[in-house]
Design a protein around this ligand. Structure first.
Ligand SMILES: Nc1ncnc2c1ncn2[C@@H]1O[C@H](COP(=O)(O)OP(=O)(O)OP(=O)(O)O)[C@@H](O)[C@H]1O
Ligand SMILES: [Mg+2]
Length: 282
């Protein structure tokens, strides 16, 4: 469904020159320094299957957000291929790209960028208003989504009156509003305290599976990644170090870095072993 092939995103005073140097088998450090080179993402290749939930995991600065933004071309790759359902998104014109983003891809960020003076319902309905849906239709759809994320009956409230966890739920409902088949999520739960975060993870896993969304989810937290992901993409310094299930990363780490990274991780639990209270939610 999503396919990246040898994708690069480099930064510096001369992107092309940085790319050429960084791609050499033995890049010249002095040249890279002179170009103020940063390899945001270096030669990333991986696939996400339809309905799969993949986590991009790594320390701060490892390139997770950069990689996520290359998937919907919020960032223009320096090199490489990005395909969605086999279609090359780098060849899309402005209009086709806008359609792809508004109809097929929902995005959720750490800070959710809700519109403070609008009601919760209107925030969720915003993408539908942009698509020209009639008021009653979009309000019905927004209320349905609010119920899905556990905010039933709260549509009339202002978003400024909500807790962080509730605001993230609104952000999620908004990302789901246009019924995209792909969700891109950048540390959506990172700012929340552990209990609320755990609950939201549980609810999100159930929701994403029930709705069959294809999801790429960024996190720096190995417990979160192992808990929710079908597969994990571990990044370091812009490079993908290993792609695999939690089991694979723990039992067959590609190198010492992976071994150290996952050493203290909690083993993933299965959704169907969790209390029915949380499952009933979805
Ligand atoms: N516009 C830019 N110009 C220059 N360097 C950039 C730019 N955007 C990102 N970088 C660099 O690319 C690297 C990867 O950044 P990125 O934001 O993808 O990391 P991250 O894994 O998301 O980190 P975090 O967990 O802190 O969000 C970093 O070294 C960052 O400084
Ligand atoms: Mg980031």
């Amino acid at each position: 469904m999503i396919e990246l092939e040898d994708v690069w995103k480099v930064f510096g005073t001369d992107e092309r020159a940085v790319l050429n140097e960084a791609r050499r088998p033995a890049p010249d450090e002095a040249v890279l320094k002179r170009l103020r080179a940063v390899t945001g993402v270096g030669g990333a290749s991986f696939k996400v299957e339809k309905g799969e939930l993949v986590c991009l995991m790594g320390l701060s600065g490892s390139g997770k957000s950069t990689l996520l933004r290359l998937i919907n071309r919020l960032l223009e790759p320096s090199a490489g291929q990005v395909r969605i359902d086999g279609g090359d998104i780098l060849s899309l014109g402005r209009k086709a790209l806008r359609e792809l983003r508004s109809q097929r891809i929902g995005m959720v960020f750490q800070s959710h960028a809700l519109v403070a003076h609008l009601s919760i319902r209107d925030n969720v309905a915003l993408p539908l208003e942009i698509r020209g849906l009639a008021r009653t239709q979009r309000e019905d759809r927004a209320d349905e989504l609010l119920a899905r994320v556990g905010l039933e009956g709260l549509g009339d409230r202002r978003v400024s009156a909500l807790s962080g966890g509730m605001q993230q739920r609104v952000g999620l409902a908004r990302a789901l509003a246009a019924d995209p088949d792909i969700l891109l999520m950048d540390e959506p739960f990172s700012a929340l305290d552990p209990l609320i975060r755990y609950d939201l993870q549980t609810q999100f896993m159930a929701l994403s599976r029930e709705l069959g969304k294809t999801t790429v989810f960024v996190t720096h937290d190995v417990d979160e990644a192992f808990r929710i992901a079908d597969r994990v993409v571990l990044m370091r310094g812009g490079r993908i170090i290993q792609v695999g299930t939690a089991d694979t990363l723990v039992n067959e780490p590609a190198d010492d870095y992976v071994r150290r990274f996952v050493r203290n991780a909690r083993l993933p639990e299965r959704l169907d072993q969790q209390p029915s209270k949380t499952r009933a939610f979805a």
